[in-house]
Design a protein around this ligand. Structure first.
Ligand SMILES: *Cc1c(COP(=O)(O)O)cnc(C)c1O
Length: 376
């Protein structure tokens, strides 16, 4: 009996992406076995962290790396590291930042909400987020205008499909902060296939989730300059106590990194593209449906299927169709951030062939039911 049946839990098909309220991702057998093994032993945690650091350096070409509980934790710990370094007294004092430069500059169009507002992850360290520009646009002059203040401790940038307006040139923003002697942190939580690109901006730290597309247990990766990575780890003796990575998470990350290092990205991209174009083709055969493939706006190498329904023909709009999918058995979860435009978005990276068949069968059933004239 599987764990869902044992506890009478809801069976999910996840077409919503790496979504925290659904458990983010499913790990491979190899990663699951490594985690199970880790749970049955002791480790010198510093030795595990040093090992991951060397692996990440080898993979990403960075000086160092570390594992935190998740990226939300990594943001708070990185900001703390930028403010107080490895000073034991200051680490113990946080989140009290009296006498410590604590302004964190964040483009207003990067002030995203990934489950909570990113500014809260900043404030948790005792820092003060300061927004540059507007939700529509943040220029280099806007950023520099805020960096100029003496109390600035770092620049925080985000690489995500959730950012709004005109995109900020990340490399140019990093250069601007370095000209002022200010370190830069990039939150690229869901961009784990673009670590090298993000590091190539010259950012001091790049943060990615290991439990999103890399499918490790819950963990955040902090990658970049050794002095700052060391300072992030040092926060575990302060506010980072509640944000530490567990032994099983670190072992799971090591295993997931091994899998990632042998993944053939071009083949993977091709497989994902075929999966989405097949889904789009079959969805377009349904009455009143217009489907198309749309690339990830932040540059991850995969597409999503955007599905529009003609509510005059089908008698059902996108929003109620998404609700009906969720209320079915199994419960099908979709991305609903474009639903006001009539777009239901399906992310299929983590779905298998049978699940895709089930989604299409369920769509077909719901659309034919609502379009039948007598409503039966
Ligand atoms: C998912 C996400 C986070 C949070 O990552 P966790 O590892 O789940 O804490 C932060 N920022 C962005 C852009 C995200 O997509």
């Amino acid at each position: 009996m599987n764990v869902l049946d044992r506890y009478g839990l809801t069976k999910i098909i996840n077409a919503r992406g790496t979504f925290t309220p659904l458990g983010v991702s499913r790990s491979s057998d190899q990663v699951s076995r490594a985690v199970a093994e880790a749970l049955q032993d002791y480790f010198v945690i510093d030795e595990l962290q040093d090992l991951v650091s060397r692996k990440l350096a080898g993979i990403a070409g960075s000086e160092a790396g570390a594992v935190t509980h998740c990226v939300a934790a990594g943001i708070t710990m990185s900001i703390a590291a930028a403010m107080v370094g490895t000073s034991p007294e200051k680490i113990a004092a946080l989140p009290d930042t009296k006498g410590i430069p604590n302004r964190v500059v964040l483009p207003a169009n990067h002030a995203i909400d990934y489950g909570h507002p990113i500014q809260q992850a900043v404030r948790l360290a005792g820092a003060t987020p300061v927004l540059a520009g507007t939700v529509d646009e943040c220029s280099l002059a806007d950023i520099d205008g805020q960096l100029r203040h003496a109390d600035t401790c770092c620049l925080l940038l985000v690489s995500s499909r959730l950012t709004t307006g005109r995109s900020v040139d990340l490399s140019a923003a990093v250069d601007a902060s370095h000209l002022r002697g200010v370190p830069t942190i990039i939150d690229g939580a869901a961009q784990d296939m673009r670590i090298k690109e993000l590091l190539a901006t010259n950012a001091d730290l790049v943060l990615v989730s290991a439990h999103k597309y890399m499918a490790s247990p819950t963990a955040g990766l902090v990658i970049g300059r050794k002095a700052l990575v060391d300072a992030v780890r040092a926060q575990e003796r302060g506010i980072g106590r509640a944000m530490k990575a567990t032994k099983e998470a670190i072992i799971g990350v090591l295993s997931a990194l091994e899998e990632r290092s042998v993944l053939h990205i071009a083949e993977w991209r091709e497989t994902q593209a075929c999966k989405v174009s097949d889904f789009v083709g079959r969805a377009n055969e349904l009455p009143g449906v217009k489907a198309r493939s749309v690339p990830d706006p932040a540059g991850m190498p995969f597409m999503r299927a955007h599905v529009q329904v003609d509510d005059r023909q089908t008698g059902v709009n996108a929003r109620s169709l998404a609700v009906a999918l969720k209320n079915g058995v199994p419960s099908i979860w979709v991305m609903d951030d474009k639903i006001a435009d009539g777009d239901i978005v399906f992310e299929l990276v983590q779905t298998d062939r049978d699940e895709i068949d089930t989604i299409l069968a369920q769509l077909s059933k719901l659309l034919s039911r609502s379009s039948s004239p007598d409503g039966s």
